[in-house]
Design a protein. Structure first.
Length: 570
């Protein structure tokens, strides 16, 4: 029987304490900051991107904002509220060192955050003051979010409020990408002027607002240096992180506080962190970081390798948190059509992978993986936009959000109900977004916009075994499970001989139930294959589904598999 992650972690923690001498008696808690952190309950984080400011009316503005915040807090369990404050040069508060969103476009410009910023300014306040005051009164740790390289703008256009004047004035600071793209607008942190400008904004927030600290978002858009220089330039970002830590320490002293929190939201694997120039392990080991959020681009992926981060965050007493977004699908907008998810589909998107939204059962499965491999808690991403008047904010959708967020609030909750592990081709279609369409840091097919290698699309040819890897907490000790494993092979004919194995152990053909693609998926011909879990060979945590066709394939269409569902019953 395999030892699970929690047991492995406890053994590693004890060994670390012994080797460092922290496991010996006679040391005061004051000399053991990491152990003091361990005694506090880990944070559960809620990210708010400010949709409330887009929708707030000119009259009753403050009450509209606080009512929205109350709805979020009532529906979603969280301890730490993170409010978007800086993008990073364009700010959503009344900055004096950065640029207030939309201000340079004059009083006629009322889009997005601009009207609400103007209304609150006339009242002698701003969104960051309003939100911080209200959420701290509710007992929430309240942080200001700083996006480290947001580039929703794809040109240095003075008419675009998201394009900072700082970049317009200094085009020489824009990253020169090796792929020759012409729509890059991210600024290169190699320039000390860029670092100084952004540090001044962070300092202004830390010293002048009653926030409990900062969350630095390195995922939006994970472009800090030329995309081929991430590891080489990581030392520059590490030195900058040291400056930020020192600044927060000074700000805390000025405000009479012991410490201000510094959290980081980083790309979804250590490999992608290096691509972005982020040496997260060093930041943690130097004692600068209070929590790490391991974050996908925009969705929930059960395949994340949390243990890569937990290996160094856990011994340091740093909260190890995994992002879960309301969206679970990928960028691809082609077929198949998704036909079996009445409320778990976005009203904003077509009925394809991109429109898929989390159910409570799917959320439990993903969280079961995260907790099993080392996560302390969850960070809820892009959930706050659904508490206003958007068509995606219908009562049924809010109820679904409340169900799935509560279903993952703890390890016990995740393992309490049924779990549906759903593995999707997260990197499918990304190449269609390559510059000049968008300016993501990466756009290689089969990878996320952050450069992470995602679950594959298996193209099946005669006699060649293809492998679909899938991580699953349930059954990792080899025990029998109740439920069903389902996958779809598009363009597979009923007469084609399909050979299936799990972890290299073949399944007898009579154990496979095959159906036309049917009502659950549409728009493509093919076969849906179902296997009772009781008939499957033992699982082991990190598993492989092997597929092979032993008959000639249709010359016009190559059969392919890209979605796997494992529904586990309690």
């Amino acid at each position: 029987m395999k030892t699970d992650w929690n047991k492995q972690w406890e053994l590693r923690r004890r060994e670390w304490l012994r080797l460092t001498g922290l496991g010996l008696g006679g040391l005061s808690l004051a000399s053991l900051p990491s152990l003091a952190k361990e005694k506090r309950a880990p944070r559960t984080v809620f990210n708010d991107d400010g949709q409330v400011l887009w929708e707030a009316p000119a009259q009753g503005t403050v009450k509209f904002i606080t009512d929205w915040l109350d709805r979020e807090a009532a529906a979603v369990p969280f301890s730490t509220f993170v409010f978007q404050a800086a993008l990073p040069d364009v700010c959503v508060y009344q900055t004096k060192v950065g640029e207030v969103y939309g201000e340079r476009l004059g009083p006629e410009f009322n889009r997005a955050y601009a009207r609400t910023l103007r209304v609150l300014k006339a009242k002698g306040t701003d969104p960051l003051h309003v939100v911080t005051s209200h959420m701290k009164a509710k007992g929430k740790e309240t942080l200001a979010a700083v996006r480290m390289s947001d580039t929703h703008h794809s040109s240095l256009d003075p008419k675009n409020p998201l394009c900072p004047q700082f970049a317009i004035d200094h085009p020489e600071y824009v990253i020169q990408q090796p792929d020759g793209r012409t729509n890059e607008t991210a600024l290169d942190y190699s320039h000390p002027e860029v670092r100084a400008h952004r540090l001044a904004i962070m300092k202004e927030i830390a010293e002048n607002y009653n926030v409990d600290g900062l969350e630095l978002n390195f995922v939006r858009w994970a472009k800090h240096f030329p995309r081929d220089k991430g590891r080489e330039k990581a030392q520059v970002m590490t030195a900058f992180m040291g400056e930020i830590h020192a600044m927060l320490k000074s700000a805390a002293n000025k405000r009479g506080r012991k410490r201000l929190t510094l959290g980081v939201r980083v790309p979804e694997s250590l490999a992608t962190c290096w691509l972005a120039g982020c040496d997260v392990k060093t930041w943690v080991e130097r004692g600068w970081i209070d929590y790490v959020v391991i974050s996908t681009w925009n969705n929930t992926d059960p395949q994340l390798r949390v243990e890569e981060f937990a290996a160094f965050t856990k011994p340091a007493g740093v909260d190890t948190i995994v992002v879960m977004g309301n969206m679970m699908g990928c960028i691809d907008t082609g077929p198949p059509l998704i036909l079996d998810r009445p409320t778990a589909m976005s009203a904003k998107h077509a009925k394809n992978y991109q429109g898929m939204l989390l159910t409570a059962s799917e959320a439990r499965a993903a969280a079961a993986n995260y907790y099993t491999w080392g996560a302390d808690t969850i960070s809820f991403w892009n959930v706050g936009i659904h508490f206003g008047r958007l068509k995606t904010s219908a009562p049924a959708q809010r109820a679904r959000i409340a169900r799935w967020t509560k279903a993952v609030q703890s390890r016990a909750a995740a393992f309490k109900g049924p779990r549906t592990y759903r593995y999707l081709p997260m990197g499918k279609g990304i190449s269609s977004r390559k510059p000049p369409v968008r300016n993501y840091p990466w756009y290689d097919e089969g990878r996320s916009p952050l450069g992470h290698v995602n679950s594959p699309v298996l193209r099946l040819t005669k006699g060649k075994r293809r492998v679909f890897p899938f991580r699953m907490a349930d059954g990792r000790d080899g025990g029998k499970l109740k439920g069903r494993l389902t996958f779809w092979v598009y363009h597979l004919r009923a007469t084609d001989k399909l050979v299936v194995d799990i972890n290299g152990k073949p399944l007898p053909p009579e154990r496979l139930r095959r159906f036309p693609v049917g009502k659950r998926r549409g728009g493509l011909l093919g076969q849906r294959v179902e296997i009772p879990l009781a008939h499957c060979p033992p699982f082991r945590g990190d598993n492989e589904l092997g597929l092979k066709i032993n008959t000639p394939v249709n010359g016009k269409f190559t059969p392919y598999m890209e979605e796997l569902e494992v529904a586990v019953l309690p």
